[in-house]
Design a protein around this ligand. Structure first.
Ligand code: NAD
Length: 517
């Protein structure tokens, strides 16, 4: 029997319906509105990153089951696309309500499987919930029209694509599925989701809530697995579009093979987000914001501020930043007052520690070393406490690679121009932030910086879903962004109708063969 994970001092009860603490149960596929046990003989264990306890096992879904998911989505599509927009809107209202009601349950599942703190896990759910809320606003689905002449109109309609798919990463188990599900279905598509095999629980709860909200059978299906499931999605002709969020390696492969097969693909990839610290910044605000954005979620956010560029005298504030990083509490995500939890896996821990060591070997100054840290209560977790490397150069491995852990690499430059040049030379362009009290400096930075999302005294500038998530450069492949207007465009195609309704009988007696002039 698997020993019981501790509920921590935050007093959270675990989502008991997805696994038993004594006997971990398998995660089901969600096919045709039913939780269905896979017939596979290949299973992947999901471990609690704080304890290594197996909390569930995920199937490498069989070919027949993958096909059944698309069969179900394809069958549901004609009726779903003809379901009135008001009805679809009502289901979104219901889903908003149900996610809010189940916020703690969703967050507990995330903390258990992914490791982030319970408070942060609620943020994961909330940022996804906001996308569902934005889909209640069906105004965004409106087309355009013009009266061409007294008897002729031209108008556009946004039509769904059919069956679409989403492939999600481990770091936001609720938010990323919710970047896709509401937008895909409110526009009339049927979605097949493959959650990350490392933390599928939140997606399964969302499936249950989507059914309860009124989504008809087949409109939303979940299949699990790894490469084989992804290849199936890439090659299945009935799947018309793929949304992907994750690493460069997987994303480049999925984009290439998906588009070669004639599908629309939107792919959000890796990042190296730079924070610029100007010497005129509000010191207290800037240092707190930087520490929070570098180490929150153990640095496993695509918008983590993992790289600090100190301009001029701002470098003198680094010892103060080290003190603030040291004060963060690293422990199990269910513990009261936890600031950051473990990283996702022993493999990730080894990789991150290797990058820290490479920085030291290449001449960086180890200002704070979080390696070797272990909270007494969780000796087996994948722990790395906040780590700060100073004097980093752009040719070092710890700068070149996305670390995706609680590690801040700091570089020094003399001027704002130098900072902008350094950031623009980086291959990624997801987000960036500047800390300054000068409007002119901020304006200049905003204009000249090559990054999709810019924060001015805001460390993680992820926009509300009125906008879209707008990474650029190496952080994105494809032309249409997730959620907001970009999301609606991605999941729809335009049909343009030109209609002639003459009031009088037609008077011409012979056909006209010239183009009208
Ligand atoms: P990942 O690429 O390992 O996994 C993402 C998905 O792709 C999973 O469902 C996985 O099963 C599948 N996958 C993994 N390797 C594959 C391969 N070789 N071929 C086909 N499919 C494969 O990513 P992850 O580790 O889960 O997530 C972390 C990464 O995601 C980081 O690089 C982070 O920056 C990025 N991310 C980006 C954004 C963004 O919006 N730019 C948001 C969140 C995460």
């Amino acid at each position: 029997a698997v020993p019981q994970p501790s509920a921590g001092t935050a007093g959270i009860s675990y989502p008991m319906d997805h696994f038993s603490l004594d006997q971990p149960t398998s995660t089901k596929n969600f096919l045709n509105n039913q939780m269905v046990e896979s017939k596979t003989d290949k299973w992947i264990d999901v471990n609690d990153p704080a304890t290594q306890q197996v909390v569930t096992r995920v199937p490498e879904t069989t070919s027949e089951e993958l096909k059944a998911a698309v069969d179900s989505a394809q069958k549901a599509f004609p009726e779903w696309r003809n379901t009135s927009i008001i009805k679809r809107q009502q289901i979104m209202f219901n889903l908003v309500h149900l996610i809010r009601k189940n916020m703690d349950r969703l967050a507990a599942s995330i903390t258990l499987e992914q490791g982030k703190t319970f408070a942060d896990a609620k943020g994961d759910v909330l940022r996804g919930l906001q996308v569902v809320e934005s889909c209640v606003n069906i105004q965004s689905l409106m087309g355009e029209s013009v009266e061409v002449s007294t008897d002729m109109d031209t108008y556009t309609m946004r039509e769904p694509l059919g069956v679409v798919a989403a492939i999600a990463p481990f770091n936001f188990p609720a938010m990323i599925p919710l970047w896709c599900l509401p937008v895909a279905v409110v526009t009339g598509n049927c979605l097949v989701l493959k959650p990350s095999e490392r933390d599928p629980g939140a997606a399964m709860i969302i499936a249950e809530l989507a059914k309860e909200a009124g989504l008809p059978a087949g409109v939303f299906n979940i299949v699990h697995g790894t490469h084989k499931t992804v290849d199936f999605i890439l090659d299945e002709p009935r799947i018309k579009a793929i949304s992907f969020v994750g690493s460069d390696k997987a994303g480049e492969y999925i984009y290439r093979r998906g588009t070669a097969n004639g599908k629309r693909v939107q792919a959000n990839l890796g990042a190296k987000n730079h924070g610029v610290l100007m010497p005129d910044a509000n010191k207290n605000h800037a240092l707190n914001a930087l520490a929070g954005a570098a180490f929150g979620a153990a640095g496993q956010r695509c918008m983590a501020l993992s790289t600090l560029v100190c301009v001029g005298e701002a470098k003198n504030w680094l010892p103060d930043l080290v003190e603030r990083a040291k004060a963060l509490k690293v422990t199990g995500g269910f513990e009261q007052g936890a600031d950051l939890g473990p990283v996702i896996s022993p493999h990730a821990k080894t990789r991150i520690e290797g990058l820290i060591q490479s920085g030291v070997d290449e001449g960086a100054e180890l200002m704070l070393d979080g390696r070797g840290y272990k909270p007494d209560k969780y000796p087996k977790g994948n722990w790395i406490a906040p780590t700060i490397l100073g004097g980093v150069r752009t040719d070092m491995q710890c700068y070149q690679q996305e670390v995706f852990g609680p590690v801040l690499v700091c570089l020094n430059v003399d001027t704002l121009d130098d900072a902008i040049e350094l950031i623009n030379n980086n291959k990624y362009g997801n987000g960036t932030a500047i800390f300054t009290q000068s409007g002119a400096t901020a304006r200049r930075f905003q204009k000249d910086i090559e990054a999709g999302q810019v924060g001015i005294n805001v460390p993680i500038p992820v926009p509300l879903p009125l906008f879209s998530f707008t990474g650029n450069k190496g952080s994105i492949l494809g032309d249409l962004n997730f959620y907001g207007k970009g999301g609606v465009q991605f999941y729809t195609q335009l049909k343009t109708v030109t209609a002639l309704w003459k009031h009088e009988d037609a008077v011409a007696t012979r056909a006209n063969v010239e183009m009208p002039t």
